[in-house]
Design a protein around this ligand. Structure first.
Ligand SMILES: [Zn+2]
Length: 319
């Protein structure tokens, strides 16, 4: 009771504050997304994501080395292929862009390579699944996801990260991987992935905007939270090794709820518009490092075990 209980006692010096701090983060907990574009010769700026580049395959070895030198340990790879078709066949081409990037990562670095697994960057219609009768068809898409997973594992992926939000995708991928003897390939499941306008800059970066309709028939409705817990439960049962909440900063209530219900490692993806909003704000000469630091702490305080963030490289450079 006041004044015997004085909260300020434990805040009086930096050492005291550090001693009682409840959340610690480290570079090893951050995952840097990397856009690899097969059509490029030189790195190219992404207008909607200041400071982030699309990289040609030829620039990867050096970039992976840089991330490693900075103390980062993991990358999440997205590919922009040369060719797109209705079935997204370039996603499981052994000579595909992500497959090549995985080989480079495997041979030139000790980074954990995580391959985002979806069809939207590889289909000419831009949807995350195959189209039948004008709709995204769940079960035929699963077969293709299995092929992509096996192809990524063959190319050396440490983890595959299915992001398409098809029902049963984790089980389908696990069984495809096991059947091909890739029992140790980890599945990081985009379990609670919301349909969000915060993905806007990413679609620009990865050229993955759907040509018709939207993704609301498979991604989650942002008005829901119990549904997120069901999605996570299903992915646990299907064999996900790591579960995820995406987006991050707008969805910390979901992170906190998922933390309470799962014993699995929990990843959070702080998405492109979250990055761009903060970046634009801090570039107006606000306290840049401090705001970014706070934004990186928030998902961990909410219960994340790891964070996918476009600030990973910046953080590793500055902290
Ligand atoms: Zn997708």
């Amino acid at each position: 009771m006041f004044p015997t209980e004085r909260m300020r006692r434990l805040r009086k010096s930096e050492s005291m504050r550090d001693l009682v701090s409840e959340t610690q983060i480290s570079k090893q907990k951050l995952i840097m997304p990397v856009f690899v574009d097969e059509n490029l010769k030189e790195p190219k700026k992404i207008d909607t994501m200041p400071g982030i580049l699309r990289l040609p395959l030829g620039a990867l070895e050096e970039y992976f080395g840089r991330l490693e030198d900075l103390g980062l340990r993991s990358v999440l790879l997205f590919g922009i292929p040369k060719s797109k078709d209705p079935a997204g066949t370039s996603a499981y081409d052994p000579e595909g862009v992500v497959q090549k990037a995985l080989h480079i990562c495997d041979e030139s670095s000790r980074l954990i390579s995580i391959a985002d697994l979806c069809l939207c960057e590889y289909t000419d219609h831009g949807h995350c699944g195959l189209i039948q009768n004008g709709k995204v068809d769940n079960d035929s898409t699963l077969e293709t996801y299995g092929k992509i997973a096996t192809s990524y594992a063959e190319a050396g992926a440490d983890m595959v990260a299915p992001s398409g939000m098809m029902d049963g995708q984790v089980a389908a991928i696990r069984s495809a991987l096991d059947a091909a003897n890739f029992r140790d390939t980890v599945i990081m499941a985009y379990s609670a992935k919301y349909s969000s306008y915060l993905y806007g800059p990413f679609r620009d970066a990865a050229e993955s905007t759907p040509k018709f309709s939207d993704r609301k028939s498979y991604q989650m409705d942002f008005r829901n939270s119990r549904e997120a817990l069901r999605e996570v439960e299903l992915d646990e049962v299907e064999g996900a090794d790591i579960v995820m909440v995406k987006p991050g900063l707008f969805y910390l209530d979901i992170v906190s709820q998922v933390r309470k219900m799962t014993k699995k490692p929990l990843a959070v993806y702080s998405v492109s518009a979250e990055y761009t909003m903060i970046k634009n704000a801090v570039d107006l000469a606000l306290a840049q490092k401090e705001i970014i630091n706070e934004a990186i702490y928030a998902p961990f305080r909410a219960g994340a075990d790891m964070l996918i963030t476009y600030f990973a490289e910046f953080y590793a450079e500055n902290f």
